[in-house]
Design a protein around this ligand. Structure first.
Ligand code: PMP
Length: 431
């Protein structure tokens, strides 16, 4: 495959855009460097780049594109919004419609507020929890990424880990000192943290199913215990469902584990591909937010008609019968097929998968927390990534990220991907 035009665009981008990319995870730094591929068109499960190479896409824009690129129902909603005005600065009926849809999906959301990114959503849940509890400290789990604001850039998973900057420069030590990090799936460490900081913890921030050091499920009972212990300590439970909302089932992770967090942050899928964030939860807590309460949060673009229309349309597609069953069926086949090929060529991998999302880790037997994900073989992943790219399979350029299936992937896409992985493994085995 030739990438000449991508390379040209990257050289140009380097002159104007810092690092050539508008989000560091798009750089190919962790997979051998060089120019990222510049896409020019997405349709369904496919991408075409500026050199006219075609790819099966498993990046899904880091999660949001669950219905594939340019889904006609969502495209129509966006086109309609474009002709009636994309930004009013006034309330619209669409916001009510969408808020009701979210509440129906997740009963813990007694009140919601829309904003523009996952970062904003999580950031505000922390502010609201601090306002409600009159405490300041937050417990988070190592390797979990919750956005790029100061409070959570501490042992923060995929992007920062890939770049080797788990703590960002520019984050005041005083801000990081408010965050306690414990390993995911480690109840003892969690209990110790609650005990050590008794009376000071405002909230525990949880990715109920981790998506940021690959797909990692909680041990049985882990989330229930975290919920109970946190409440006993007088703190709030915040679920960061930015990746998990509507990803594995319509009711999201909180439905899978039958747990109601106090607050939930969302993003990605709920925007149907347009910028969005949302947070919500218990009414008495949400009423801390301005204009009702003293916790301030605002946004010029928040709840804009285009994002609302795209989000509503996306959820309408996800309400269709059999969507998640089909993602599970295809995901299962993809996992089994890749494992078979790895075994055939003697490549040591483990796959974590839930429904239509999976992560292939090289050189490790299991991944249940960040240090196990971190121990996976980044060089082997980088080689695999490049080989797959040349096979026309577009993956996220990091060993910590997930592959995401969409409603548009077909059996033949999955079989082609398995065959491509087989050829990639064969080459890796030759070395
Ligand atoms: N929380 C989680 C779990 C995420 O995965 C992300 C983004 N990858 C964020 C928050 C931040 O979302 P955004 O990039 O929309 O600000």
């Amino acid at each position: 495959m030739k990438f000449t035009n991508s390379e040209k665009l990257h050289q140009e981008a380097l002159q104007h855009i810092v690092g050539g990319v508008n989000s560091p995870s798009r750089s190919y730094k962790a997979v051998g460097g060089g120019s990222p591929v510049y896409m020019k068109r997405g349709q369904g499960a496919y991408f075409w780049d500026v050199d006219d190479n075609k790819y099966i896409d498993y990046l899904a824009a880091y999660g949001p594109i669950i219905t594939g690129h340019a889904h006609p129902h969502i495209a129509k909603a966006i086109a309609e919004a474009a002709t009636t005005g994309v930004l009013y600065g006034t309330p619209t009926e669409l916001e009510n419609t969408f808020a009701k849809m979210l509440k129906e999906a997740m009963p813990s959301l007694e009140k919601v507020r829309f904003n523009n990114s996952g970062t904003e959503a999580v950031m505000t849940t922390i502010r609201v929890a601090r306002a409600y509890t009159n405490r300041t400290k937050i417990i988070k789990f190592a390797g979990c990424y919750h956005g790029h604001f100061d409070a959570v850039l501490v042992e923060a998973g995929s992007g920062p880990s890939t770049l080797g900057t788990p703590d960002s420069a520019g984050v005041p030590a005083s801000s990081a000192a408010e965050v306690i990090t414990v390993p995911f799936n480690d109840l003892n460490a969690f209990k110790q943290a609650l005990h050590r900081w008794e009376g000071e913890i405002a909230a525990v921030l949880v990715e109920p199913i981790v998506g940021n050091f690959g797909i990692v499920e909680p041990f049985e009972g882990f989330l229930q215990e975290v919920n109970e212990l946190t409440h006993r300590a007088g703190a709030l439970v915040i679920y960061d469902e930015v990746i998990t909302a509507f990803r594995f089932t319509y009711g999201s992770a909180q439905q899978i584990y039958n747990i109601e967090p106090d607050l939930t942050a969302m993003g990605k899928i709920i925007g149907g591909g347009l910028p969005i964030g949302a947070y919500g939860g218990r009414k008495d807590i949400m009423e801390q937010v301005a204009p009702l309460g003293p916790a301030y949060q605002a946004g010029t673009m928040s709840g804009n008609p285009a994002s609302m229309a795209a989000g509503i349309a996306c959820l309408e597609v996800l309400q269709e019968d059999g969507v998640y069953e089909e993602l599970e069926r295809l995901g299962k086949r993809l996992e089994e097929g890749i494992l078979e090929k790895a075994e055939e060529f003697g490549i040591h991998i483990t796959i974590n998968r839930l429904c239509g999302a999976l992560t292939v880790y090289f050189g490790v037997d299991k991944v249940t927390n960040y240090s196990e994900a971190d121990a996976s073989d980044g060089e082997a992943f980088a080689t695999f990534f490049q080989l797959m790219l040349n096979e026309g399979i577009n993956l996220a350029p990091s060993k910590y990220e997930a592959w995401f299936l969409t409603t548009e992937h077909t059996d033949s896409d999955i079989e082609n991907t398995i065959d491509a992985a087989g050829r990639a493994f064969a080459k890796m085995a030759e070395k």
